[in-house]
Ligand binder design. Structure first.
Ligand code: GLU
Length: 465
């Protein structure tokens, strides 16, 4: 049996990171078993499902490197097939036409509630002869669900879960307007797509019972189900906007790398010993459903930052410099020409050691693109006393005589400090203020080298004026 799995998002306008994790688990499972990973857009709710909303999902998956196999299936285009299967179920006797109007349905429910009747709603049309059908009323189609016994699912993550059939009513599978209900469409599509494993969030566990009944009603083999625990916030509640970013796009904007987000999402709910850092190949090699835990996973921003910092260091410096420049566009007091990008690229090995996200990286690199005069942070301005400005002019002379390599600059600064009886820090801090407008930066020799002779000396001169 070839493993075939799918990711089946509803296009609601964002790709939730819970959804991204579901997609990732499906992809890894498929690749691990040499199977296929399919994509189905569940766009039956035509009000909410716009092309733009679908595009957001496709873009998010592409960014995360979660490419699916084969054509994307759009659920809305399969409505005729959904209706056909519903009619086939009627012909088989496992579903029936229900002519109850919305008002009658409401009245039946209310009467049952008033009588304190706790059993599930039952349509009288289950046992009525089709010949009694009222003229001119379009019927809905309901599943003739079993009333005795239990529906049991051997879930690959949750274990054996069961529900008494008396708990489940005869759900509608095809509405009177001919449109399928969600439960029905999912089953027909998964069957037709030959899905072997349904791996999704455990908020769908209760749906699985209903869906299992539809498979059984059609005598279709059920797929294996694997319901993975949802992602919770640090407070243990279901992840929502209150907790900060929830969509893949937000994490992208906040400067997380796709390989880091995938690494983090993989570890959120799946473990292989205490292996923390995994690239895609390693993840494919190690992933299987037995490593998925049953407890809800909690979002841990500090850990995400830690993992992102790891992957950031492995990114190519030229790529990082271009990305930083892109993120700086539109900020005030900057000239983002080739000079600036060259400087950012030159300092990147030092900058990326200190940043957890691309946003932090861009912030720390901003000074390299400043136009003169530099915007000064108050603390930095405080270092530019008349006395220090005098010193900076002398330092400039010493630096000008160096070869402007990091080693040459370091030697020049040490020599100057020694010759003038100053501590190195007493020279470096005012210099840092002059060069960066701030009191924190990578090593001053690296900063000088990255700025280059002309720019560095111009900045010192401007600050010391
Ligand atoms: N469309 C459903 C959702 O976005 C998923 C359905 C499924 O995976 O079976 O939550």
């Amino acid at each position: 049996m070839t493993v075939r799995v799918r990711f089946a998002p509803s296009p609601t306008g964002l790709l939730h990171i819970g959804g991204a994790r579901t997609a990732l688990f499906n992809l890894l499972f498929a690749r691990h078993h040499g199977g296929e990973f399919l994509l189905r857009i569940e766009d039956t709710d035509r009000e909410r499902s716009t092309d733009a909303a679908t595009q957001v999902i496709l873009d998010g998956l592409a960014w995360l490197g979660l490419a699916h196999d084969g054509q994307t299936v759009f659920q809305s285009q399969r409505a005729a097939r959904h209706a056909e299967v519903a009619r086939e179920m009627v012909a088989r006797g496992s579903a029936y036409h229900c002519y109850l109007s919305a008002e009658e349905l409401k009245a039946t429910r209310e009467a049952a509630a008033a009588a304190g009747n706790v059993t599930r709603f039952r349509s009288p049309w289950r046992d009525r002869a089709p010949s009694e059908a009222p003229a001119g009323v379009a019927p809905a189609i309901r599943l003739r669900a079993p009333r005795e016994g239990e529906t049991v699912i051997d879930d690959l993550v949750q274990g054996t879960v069961r529900v008494a059939n008396a708990e489940l009513d005869d759900m509608i599978i095809l509405r009177s307007d001919g449109t399928p209900t969600y439960q029905h469409a999912v089953v027909v599509d998964d069957h037709d797509m030959a899905i072997t494993h349904v791996i999704r969030g455990d908020d769908h566990l209760t749906n699985a019972f209903r869906q299992a009944q539809i498979y059984d009603a059609m005598d279709w083999p059920r797929p294996h189900f694997a319901h993975i625990p949802l992602i919770h916030g640090a407070d243990g509640k279901k992840l929502s906007k209150r907790h900060g970013a929830v969509s893949v796009l937000e994490f992208q904007e906040q400067g997380y790398l796709p390989e880091a987000l995938c690494n983090y999402l993989l570890r959120l709910g799946w473990a292989h010993g205490d292996v923390e850092i995994l690239d895609r190949d390693e993840a494919i090699r190690l992933f299987d459903l037995d490593g998925v835990g049953r407890a809800a996973a909690r979002m841990d921003p500090a850990k995400l930052g830690h993992i992102n910092a790891h992957w950031l260091k492995l990114r190519d410096d030229a790529w990082l410099a271009a990305e930083v420049a892109r993120r700086l566009v539109g900020r005030p007091n900057l000239a983002l020409g080739t000079d600036a990008i060259h400087r950012i690229r030159a300092l990147m090995p030092a900058l990326k050691e200190r940043a957890k996200t691309l946003v932090e990286l861009a912030d720390s690199a901003t000074f390299l693109a400043y136009t003169l005069p530099l915007p000064m942070q108050p603390k930095a301005a405080g270092l530019l006393s008349a006395e220090n400005c005098l010193m900076l002019r002398e330092v400039a002379t010493a630096l000008a005589a160096s070869d402007f390599t990091a080693t040459g600059l370091d030697a020049a600064l040490r020599g100057f400090a020694e010759a003038t009886g100053r501590k190195l820090g007493a020279v470096a801090q005012p210099l840092r203020a002059a060069l960066t407008g701030s009191t924190v930066s990578p090593g001053i020799d690296a900063v000088l080298a990255a700025l280059g002779r002309e720019e560095a000396l111009a900045r010192i001169a401007a600050a010391a004026r």
